[in-house]
Write a protein that binds this ligand. Sequence first.
Ligand SMILES: Cc1ncc(COP(=O)(O)O)c(C=O)c1O
Length: 350
Amino acid sequence: MRFPLSAGVLSLQVWPTRTEQEILRKYHLTHLIKLASNENCYGPSPLVFEAIRNLNAHRYPDPQGMPLKETLAEKLGVSTAQIIVGNGSSEIIQMIGQTYLQPREECVTALETFPVYQRVAAAMDANCICVPLSSGRYDLERILASVGSKTRVIFVANPNNPTGTCINETELKDFLDAVPSNVFVVLDEAYQEYQEEQLDTKRWLSRYDNLILLRTFSKVYGLAGLRIGYALSSPEVIADIHRVRLPYSVSLVAQQAAMAALQDLDHVQRCVVSNRQQRNLVQAEFTGRDYSFVPSQTNFVLLKMDVAEALLQKGILVAPMRLFHMPDAVRITLGTAEENAELLNALQSL
Ligand SMILES: Cc1ncc(COP(=O)(O)O)c(C=O)c1O
């Protein structure tokens, strides 16, 4: 028996999933190189493993993640009232949708970007206006032109997933100045640590009440499996988003791991440097071979070749870009030196 669903929920496809075992069996492989989800191939700081060893698993964690918020507030120079912690930044995107989007209202984002923005809008029965990228980058002019009386939120991923491209400081400030003050700009900075030009966006929070910054521990901090991220905004906005937050959505393990990860910024810096070396090497090789790709500022590269299936047959998992509206491309997460060497060999043999 089927039960009634809203049009928005009905429009959603279940997120595809395949276990590693299924892939190994199907392709007769003994091992799989995973370059599909933009995780940090170097893993988290060793301090993380120390911190999560002896936790009171039978106790609930702090409902708001207050100890982590205190650590973040001190590091970032903001107040704890300006921070909300979530089960990955994905959960915060969902909470923003629940808080600010009503049926038939609108959000605006890029077409070829992180699909969770579009999914969250659909789940709320809101419309998502998707503006195609221009030369691989967010088209802020057309996004502005799409803002109407029903627009509540604009989602901007900077750097963008899947292109790894960035908007610079001047472009962003001009954009923020032009967006009506009753429309939120959610600036998703999941990959900001990898960016060449480091933007100090948090200092804009005092100037723009409609700005929400999203950060995650899933990328350079190496905690994707633990699910933890956070957002920064004004105390009023954060208090409103807290209305929809479920009290224990972020586990004790994730909270402790994030606090430990923040104590080891040398590790973060080493990961950024190693990633940059590998990215330069892989991109130089792509250029030498005349492959079409988008130069990246992140830990992944968009290769404009439909090679996901062919690479999988050789034991390398990359992300097909159908869900990102780029069916002829794959997004390749940069791996370790050994993994990237295997990737380059596999590509050459296709
Ligand atoms: C642009 C962007 N934002 C947010 C996320 C979500 O990260 P998480 O929910 O793991 O914090 C991702 C993950 O791939 C991403 O690419």
